[in-house]
Design a protein around this ligand. Structure first.
Ligand code: ZN
Length: 408
Protein backbone atom coordinates (compact mmCIF):
# COMPACT_ATOMS: atom_id res chain seq x y z
CA UNK A 1 0.00 0.00 0.00
CA UNK A 2 2.70 2.44 -0.89
CA UNK A 3 0.28 4.64 -2.72
CA UNK A 4 -1.48 5.84 0.42
CA UNK A 5 0.88 8.79 0.65
CA UNK A 6 1.75 10.33 4.00
CA UNK A 7 -0.29 7.86 6.03
CA UNK A 8 1.68 4.85 4.89
CA UNK A 9 4.88 6.85 4.92
CA UNK A 10 4.19 7.78 8.54
CA UNK A 11 3.30 4.28 9.54
CA UNK A 12 6.34 2.83 7.82
CA UNK A 13 8.64 5.38 9.33
CA UNK A 14 7.44 4.69 12.82
CA UNK A 15 7.27 0.97 12.24
CA UNK A 16 10.84 0.59 11.12
CA UNK A 17 12.34 2.87 13.72
CA UNK A 18 13.41 1.32 16.98
CA UNK A 19 15.76 3.89 18.40
CA UNK A 20 15.12 5.17 21.91
CA UNK A 21 13.23 8.42 22.02
CA UNK A 22 14.03 10.98 24.64
CA UNK A 23 11.17 12.15 26.81
CA UNK A 24 12.43 15.70 26.67
CA UNK A 25 9.79 18.05 25.28
CA UNK A 26 9.80 18.64 21.57
CA UNK A 27 9.94 22.19 20.40
CA UNK A 28 7.12 23.60 18.34
CA UNK A 29 9.50 23.71 15.37
CA UNK A 30 10.02 19.98 15.67
CA UNK A 31 6.31 19.52 15.94
CA UNK A 32 5.63 21.26 12.69
CA UNK A 33 8.35 19.29 11.01
CA UNK A 34 6.73 15.98 11.93
CA UNK A 35 4.43 14.10 9.64
CA UNK A 36 0.77 14.89 10.10
CA UNK A 37 -2.06 12.59 9.27
CA UNK A 38 -5.11 14.33 7.98
CA UNK A 39 -8.41 12.55 7.67
CA UNK A 40 -10.98 14.59 5.81
CA UNK A 41 -9.44 17.65 7.38
CA UNK A 42 -10.95 16.68 10.73
CA UNK A 43 -8.15 15.10 12.67
CA UNK A 44 -4.52 16.04 12.86
CA UNK A 45 -2.28 13.87 14.95
CA UNK A 46 1.48 13.87 15.00
CA UNK A 47 4.28 11.86 16.36
CA UNK A 48 4.69 14.17 19.34
CA UNK A 49 1.45 12.90 20.74
CA UNK A 50 2.64 9.33 20.61
CA UNK A 51 6.03 10.09 22.08
CA UNK A 52 4.57 12.15 24.88
CA UNK A 53 2.00 9.51 25.70
CA UNK A 54 4.52 6.79 26.11
CA UNK A 55 7.07 8.87 27.87
CA UNK A 56 4.51 9.47 30.53
CA UNK A 57 3.20 5.94 30.60
CA UNK A 58 6.63 4.80 31.60
CA UNK A 59 7.26 7.62 34.03
CA UNK A 60 3.99 7.09 35.81
CA UNK A 61 4.66 3.43 36.24
CA UNK A 62 8.32 3.65 37.10
CA UNK A 63 9.27 7.06 38.36
CA UNK A 64 12.92 6.26 38.98
CA UNK A 65 13.60 4.92 35.51
CA UNK A 66 16.00 6.66 33.13
CA UNK A 67 14.34 9.14 30.81
CA UNK A 68 14.80 7.02 27.73
CA UNK A 69 12.21 4.70 26.33
CA UNK A 70 11.19 2.68 23.34
CA UNK A 71 7.96 3.13 21.53
CA UNK A 72 7.85 -0.52 20.59
CA UNK A 73 4.35 -1.13 21.87
CA UNK A 74 2.90 1.62 19.80
CA UNK A 75 5.01 0.69 16.85
CA UNK A 76 3.80 -2.84 17.05
CA UNK A 77 0.27 -1.50 17.01
CA UNK A 78 0.98 0.63 14.00
CA UNK A 79 2.92 -2.21 12.47
CA UNK A 80 -0.08 -4.44 12.90
CA UNK A 81 -2.10 -1.96 10.92
CA UNK A 82 0.43 -2.08 8.17
CA UNK A 83 0.61 -5.84 8.22
CA UNK A 84 -3.13 -6.21 8.28
CA UNK A 85 -3.27 -4.14 5.15
CA UNK A 86 -0.23 -5.54 3.44
CA UNK A 87 -0.72 -9.13 4.40
CA UNK A 88 -4.47 -9.34 4.07
CA UNK A 89 -5.29 -12.85 2.78
CA UNK A 90 -7.04 -12.99 -0.53
CA UNK A 91 -10.54 -14.30 -0.50
CA UNK A 92 -9.88 -16.95 -3.08
CA UNK A 93 -7.48 -18.04 -5.69
CA UNK A 94 -10.01 -17.04 -8.29
CA UNK A 95 -9.54 -13.44 -7.35
CA UNK A 96 -5.85 -13.77 -8.00
CA UNK A 97 -6.45 -15.42 -11.34
CA UNK A 98 -8.67 -12.60 -12.56
CA UNK A 99 -6.49 -9.90 -11.12
CA UNK A 100 -7.31 -6.62 -12.83
CA UNK A 101 -4.91 -3.68 -12.23
CA UNK A 102 -7.61 -1.09 -12.99
CA UNK A 103 -9.78 -2.52 -10.20
CA UNK A 104 -6.91 -2.10 -7.75
CA UNK A 105 -6.52 1.56 -8.71
CA UNK A 106 -10.27 2.11 -8.26
CA UNK A 107 -10.32 0.53 -4.82
CA UNK A 108 -7.22 2.39 -3.69
CA UNK A 109 -8.88 5.53 -2.27
CA UNK A 110 -11.27 3.53 -0.10
CA UNK A 111 -8.43 1.35 1.17
CA UNK A 112 -6.38 4.42 1.98
CA UNK A 113 -9.32 5.96 3.81
CA UNK A 114 -9.87 2.72 5.70
CA UNK A 115 -6.24 2.54 6.67
CA UNK A 116 -6.15 6.18 7.72
CA UNK A 117 -9.30 5.79 9.78
CA UNK A 118 -7.96 2.75 11.53
CA UNK A 119 -4.68 4.49 12.21
CA UNK A 120 -6.35 7.59 13.67
CA UNK A 121 -8.62 5.38 15.78
CA UNK A 122 -5.61 3.55 17.20
CA UNK A 123 -3.81 6.78 17.95
CA UNK A 124 -6.96 8.16 19.50
CA UNK A 125 -7.53 5.12 21.71
CA UNK A 126 -4.10 5.41 23.20
CA UNK A 127 -4.07 9.19 22.94
CA UNK A 128 -5.62 9.90 26.30
CA UNK A 129 -2.65 8.92 28.26
CA UNK A 130 -1.76 12.07 30.13
CA UNK A 131 1.83 13.24 30.41
CA UNK A 132 4.36 14.55 32.91
CA UNK A 133 4.92 18.31 33.15
CA UNK A 134 8.44 18.11 31.71
CA UNK A 135 7.15 16.26 28.65
CA UNK A 136 5.08 19.26 27.67
CA UNK A 137 6.14 21.79 25.06
CA UNK A 138 7.05 25.15 26.61
CA UNK A 139 3.75 26.78 25.60
CA UNK A 140 1.80 24.20 27.63
CA UNK A 141 4.00 24.55 30.72
CA UNK A 142 1.93 26.84 32.89
CA UNK A 143 2.17 25.50 36.41
CA UNK A 144 5.26 23.50 37.35
CA UNK A 145 3.76 22.46 40.70
CA UNK A 146 1.33 20.21 38.83
CA UNK A 147 3.56 17.28 37.97
CA UNK A 148 1.45 14.64 36.27
CA UNK A 149 -1.79 14.24 34.41
CA UNK A 150 -1.27 16.91 31.74
CA UNK A 151 -2.87 16.57 28.33
CA UNK A 152 -0.35 16.53 25.48
CA UNK A 153 -0.91 18.85 22.49
CA UNK A 154 -3.76 17.45 20.41
CA UNK A 155 -3.93 19.66 17.29
CA UNK A 156 -7.58 18.64 17.12
CA UNK A 157 -10.66 20.41 18.47
CA UNK A 158 -12.53 17.10 18.51
CA UNK A 159 -9.82 15.61 20.75
CA UNK A 160 -9.89 18.69 23.00
CA UNK A 161 -13.65 18.56 23.46
CA UNK A 162 -13.61 14.80 24.04
CA UNK A 163 -11.08 15.43 26.81
CA UNK A 164 -13.84 17.15 28.81
CA UNK A 165 -14.92 13.64 29.77
CA UNK A 166 -11.50 12.35 30.78
CA UNK A 167 -9.41 12.93 33.87
CA UNK A 168 -6.43 15.29 33.62
CA UNK A 169 -5.12 18.54 35.14
CA UNK A 170 -7.81 20.66 33.46
CA UNK A 171 -10.87 18.49 34.24
CA UNK A 172 -11.75 20.43 37.41
CA UNK A 173 -11.14 23.78 35.72
CA UNK A 174 -13.36 22.90 32.77
CA UNK A 175 -16.24 21.51 34.82
CA UNK A 176 -16.34 24.23 37.49
CA UNK A 177 -16.98 26.95 34.93
CA UNK A 178 -19.03 24.75 32.60
CA UNK A 179 -21.43 24.08 35.49
CA UNK A 180 -21.16 27.74 36.55
CA UNK A 181 -22.19 28.78 33.05
CA UNK A 182 -25.19 26.43 33.12
CA UNK A 183 -26.20 27.76 36.57
CA UNK A 184 -26.05 31.39 35.42
CA UNK A 185 -27.93 30.63 32.19
CA UNK A 186 -30.60 29.06 34.43
CA UNK A 187 -30.80 32.04 36.79
CA UNK A 188 -30.81 34.53 33.89
CA UNK A 189 -33.55 32.60 32.08
CA UNK A 190 -35.67 32.54 35.25
CA UNK A 191 -35.13 36.27 35.91
CA UNK A 192 -35.71 37.45 32.34
CA UNK A 193 -38.86 35.38 31.83
CA UNK A 194 -40.70 36.72 34.91
CA UNK A 195 -43.92 38.52 34.00
CA UNK A 196 -43.49 42.29 33.72
CA UNK A 197 -45.79 42.81 36.72
CA UNK A 198 -43.17 41.06 38.81
CA UNK A 199 -39.97 42.37 37.17
CA UNK A 200 -40.13 45.31 34.78
CA UNK A 201 -38.15 45.53 31.56
CA UNK A 202 -35.80 48.22 32.95
CA UNK A 203 -34.73 45.86 35.72
CA UNK A 204 -34.34 43.05 33.21
CA UNK A 205 -32.16 45.28 31.00
CA UNK A 206 -29.93 46.40 33.90
CA UNK A 207 -29.52 42.88 35.31
CA UNK A 208 -28.80 41.58 31.79
CA UNK A 209 -25.41 43.35 31.89
CA UNK A 210 -24.48 41.28 34.95
CA UNK A 211 -25.86 38.02 33.50
CA UNK A 212 -24.06 38.61 30.19
CA UNK A 213 -20.77 39.27 32.02
CA UNK A 214 -21.12 36.17 34.21
CA UNK A 215 -22.19 33.85 31.38
CA UNK A 216 -19.47 35.12 29.00
CA UNK A 217 -16.79 34.85 31.69
CA UNK A 218 -17.70 31.23 32.51
CA UNK A 219 -18.13 30.30 28.84
CA UNK A 220 -14.79 31.75 27.69
CA UNK A 221 -13.16 30.13 30.72
CA UNK A 222 -14.33 26.53 30.24
CA UNK A 223 -13.73 26.72 26.49
CA UNK A 224 -10.22 28.07 27.11
CA UNK A 225 -9.42 25.27 29.56
CA UNK A 226 -10.79 22.76 27.03
CA UNK A 227 -8.82 23.90 23.98
CA UNK A 228 -5.68 25.14 25.78
CA UNK A 229 -3.84 21.98 24.67
CA UNK A 230 -4.87 22.25 21.00
CA UNK A 231 -1.82 24.19 19.82
CA UNK A 232 0.17 27.25 20.82
CA UNK A 233 -1.82 29.58 18.54
CA UNK A 234 -5.25 28.35 19.66
CA UNK A 235 -4.19 28.22 23.33
CA UNK A 236 -2.98 31.82 23.29
CA UNK A 237 -6.08 33.10 21.49
CA UNK A 238 -8.49 31.50 23.95
CA UNK A 239 -6.33 32.54 26.87
CA UNK A 240 -6.90 36.15 25.83
CA UNK A 241 -10.64 35.51 25.58
CA UNK A 242 -10.53 34.03 29.09
CA UNK A 243 -8.99 37.26 30.46
CA UNK A 244 -11.54 39.34 28.50
CA UNK A 245 -14.24 37.30 30.24
CA UNK A 246 -12.94 38.34 33.70
CA UNK A 247 -12.98 42.01 32.65
CA UNK A 248 -16.50 41.62 31.21
CA UNK A 249 -17.78 39.98 34.41
CA UNK A 250 -16.34 42.84 36.48
CA UNK A 251 -17.79 45.50 34.17
CA UNK A 252 -21.17 43.75 34.02
CA UNK A 253 -21.24 43.44 37.83
CA UNK A 254 -20.78 47.19 38.25
CA UNK A 255 -23.76 48.13 36.03
CA UNK A 256 -26.70 47.10 38.28
CA UNK A 257 -24.82 48.07 41.43
CA UNK A 258 -24.11 51.63 40.20
CA UNK A 259 -27.57 51.92 38.62
CA UNK A 260 -29.43 51.21 41.87
CA UNK A 261 -26.94 52.77 44.30
CA UNK A 262 -27.04 56.10 42.41
CA UNK A 263 -30.62 55.63 41.18
CA UNK A 264 -31.61 59.29 41.35
CA UNK A 265 -28.12 60.74 40.88
CA UNK A 266 -27.46 60.80 37.17
CA UNK A 267 -24.07 62.60 37.40
CA UNK A 268 -22.18 60.13 39.63
CA UNK A 269 -23.96 57.20 37.98
CA UNK A 270 -22.74 58.16 34.49
CA UNK A 271 -19.23 59.10 35.70
CA UNK A 272 -18.73 55.76 37.49
CA UNK A 273 -20.22 53.75 34.62
CA UNK A 274 -17.85 55.48 32.19
CA UNK A 275 -14.95 54.92 34.61
CA UNK A 276 -15.51 51.16 34.90
CA UNK A 277 -16.03 50.92 31.14
CA UNK A 278 -12.69 52.69 30.50
CA UNK A 279 -10.80 50.63 33.13
CA UNK A 280 -12.35 47.38 31.90
CA UNK A 281 -11.44 48.20 28.30
CA UNK A 282 -7.89 49.02 29.43
CA UNK A 283 -7.71 45.57 31.09
CA UNK A 284 -8.91 43.92 27.88
CA UNK A 285 -6.25 45.80 25.88
CA UNK A 286 -3.52 44.73 28.33
CA UNK A 287 -4.79 41.12 28.07
CA UNK A 288 -4.20 41.22 24.31
CA UNK A 289 -0.47 41.58 24.97
CA UNK A 290 1.14 38.20 24.26
CA UNK A 291 3.42 38.21 27.32
CA UNK A 292 0.50 38.86 29.70
CA UNK A 293 -0.48 35.18 29.65
CA UNK A 294 3.01 33.87 30.44
CA UNK A 295 3.63 32.16 33.81
CA UNK A 296 5.97 34.90 35.11
CA UNK A 297 3.14 37.44 34.76
CA UNK A 298 0.79 35.47 37.00
CA UNK A 299 1.07 37.97 39.86
CA UNK A 300 0.66 40.91 37.46
CA UNK A 301 -2.52 39.35 36.07
CA UNK A 302 -3.96 38.80 39.53
CA UNK A 303 -3.00 42.40 40.44
CA UNK A 304 -4.59 43.89 37.32
CA UNK A 305 -7.93 42.14 37.88
CA UNK A 306 -7.94 42.79 41.64
CA UNK A 307 -7.30 46.51 40.87
CA UNK A 308 -10.17 46.55 38.37
CA UNK A 309 -12.54 45.12 40.98
CA UNK A 310 -11.20 47.37 43.72
CA UNK A 311 -11.92 50.46 41.60
CA UNK A 312 -15.42 49.92 43.06
CA UNK A 313 -14.06 51.29 46.35
CA UNK A 314 -14.41 54.82 44.86
CA UNK A 315 -18.20 54.74 44.26
CA UNK A 316 -18.65 52.75 47.50
CA UNK A 317 -16.84 55.48 49.48
CA UNK A 318 -18.91 58.09 47.66
CA UNK A 319 -22.10 56.36 48.82
CA UNK A 320 -20.85 56.00 52.41
CA UNK A 321 -19.93 59.70 52.55
CA UNK A 322 -23.24 60.94 51.07
CA UNK A 323 -25.64 58.46 52.68
CA UNK A 324 -23.79 57.29 55.77
CA UNK A 325 -22.25 53.95 56.68
CA UNK A 326 -25.40 52.33 58.11
CA UNK A 327 -27.46 53.30 55.08
CA UNK A 328 -24.79 51.77 52.90
CA UNK A 329 -24.99 48.52 54.90
CA UNK A 330 -28.80 48.37 55.07
CA UNK A 331 -29.88 49.86 51.75
CA UNK A 332 -26.93 49.42 49.39
CA UNK A 333 -26.06 45.87 50.49
CA UNK A 334 -22.53 46.99 51.28
CA UNK A 335 -21.99 43.88 53.41
CA UNK A 336 -22.75 41.60 50.48
CA UNK A 337 -20.51 43.64 48.21
CA UNK A 338 -17.64 43.46 50.70
CA UNK A 339 -18.15 39.68 50.96
CA UNK A 340 -18.10 39.50 47.16
CA UNK A 341 -14.84 41.48 47.03
CA UNK A 342 -13.29 39.28 49.74
CA UNK A 343 -14.21 36.15 47.77
CA UNK A 344 -12.79 37.51 44.50
CA UNK A 345 -9.58 38.72 46.13
CA UNK A 346 -9.08 35.49 48.09
CA UNK A 347 -9.60 33.53 44.87
CA UNK A 348 -7.15 35.76 42.99
CA UNK A 349 -4.51 35.39 45.73
CA UNK A 350 -4.91 31.59 45.76
CA UNK A 351 -4.44 31.74 41.98
CA UNK A 352 -1.37 34.00 42.21
CA UNK A 353 0.38 32.01 44.97
CA UNK A 354 -0.71 28.63 43.62
CA UNK A 355 -1.83 27.27 46.97
CA UNK A 356 -2.05 24.30 47.78
CA UNK A 357 0.09 22.73 45.02
CA UNK A 358 3.05 25.01 45.87
CA UNK A 359 3.15 23.44 49.35
CA UNK A 360 2.61 19.88 48.11
CA UNK A 361 3.88 19.64 44.52
CA UNK A 362 2.35 16.72 42.68
CA UNK A 363 -0.39 16.14 45.27
CA UNK A 364 -3.05 18.35 43.67
CA UNK A 365 -2.39 17.57 40.02
CA UNK A 366 -5.96 16.58 39.25
CA UNK A 367 -8.30 17.81 41.98
CA UNK A 368 -8.34 20.96 44.19
CA UNK A 369 -5.43 22.71 42.52
CA UNK A 370 -5.33 26.50 43.01
CA UNK A 371 -6.92 27.30 39.65
CA UNK A 372 -9.97 25.14 40.36
CA UNK A 373 -10.35 26.74 43.82
CA UNK A 374 -10.07 30.17 42.16
CA UNK A 375 -12.87 29.17 39.75
CA UNK A 376 -15.09 28.12 42.66
CA UNK A 377 -14.42 31.45 44.40
CA UNK A 378 -15.37 33.32 41.21
CA UNK A 379 -18.70 31.44 41.01
CA UNK A 380 -19.40 32.02 44.72
CA UNK A 381 -18.51 35.73 44.38
CA UNK A 382 -20.77 36.11 41.34
CA UNK A 383 -23.71 34.51 43.21
CA UNK A 384 -23.07 36.71 46.26
CA UNK A 385 -23.04 39.73 43.94
CA UNK A 386 -26.32 38.62 42.35
CA UNK A 387 -27.87 38.42 45.82
CA UNK A 388 -26.43 41.83 46.75
CA UNK A 389 -27.71 43.64 43.66
CA UNK A 390 -31.11 41.97 44.06
CA UNK A 391 -31.31 43.43 47.59
CA UNK A 392 -30.32 46.91 46.40
CA UNK A 393 -32.83 46.76 43.53
CA UNK A 394 -35.63 45.57 45.86
CA UNK A 395 -34.91 48.34 48.34
CA UNK A 396 -34.69 51.03 45.68
CA UNK A 397 -37.84 49.93 43.84
CA UNK A 398 -39.95 49.87 47.03
CA UNK A 399 -39.13 53.58 47.46
CA UNK A 400 -40.92 54.43 44.20
CA UNK A 401 -39.92 57.15 41.75
CA UNK A 402 -37.17 59.66 42.48
CA UNK A 403 -38.24 62.77 44.34
CA UNK A 404 -37.37 66.17 42.83
CA UNK A 405 -35.03 66.82 45.76
CA UNK A 406 -33.17 63.56 45.17
CA UNK A 407 -32.32 64.17 41.52
CA UNK A 408 -28.78 65.45 40.94
ZN1 ZN B 1 -9.50 29.52 34.54
Amino acid sequence: MDNCGPITAFIETTDSASVPISTQPSTSKQTSANSHVTLNGATNMNTDLIESDYSDAEEDLDIGSPKKMHVGVRRSEVGHLLRSEQGRPHDSDTEEEFHDPSMEILSLPSKCAEQAEEFVRKVWEAGWRVVHHHSLPSWLKDNDFLLRGHRPPTYSFVACFKSIFSIHTETGNIWTHLLGMIAFIGVATYFLTRPSLEIQWQEKAVFSAFFAGAILCMTFSWIFHTVFCHSEKVGKLFNKLDYCGIALLTMGSFVPWLYYSFYCRLGPKVVYLVLIFVLGTACIIVSMWDKFSEPEFRAVRAGVFIALGLSGVIPAMHYVITDGFFHAIDDAALGWLVLMAVLYITGALIYAFRIPERLFPGKFDIWFQSHTIFHIFVIAAAFVHYHGISEIANYRLTLGDCLESEIE
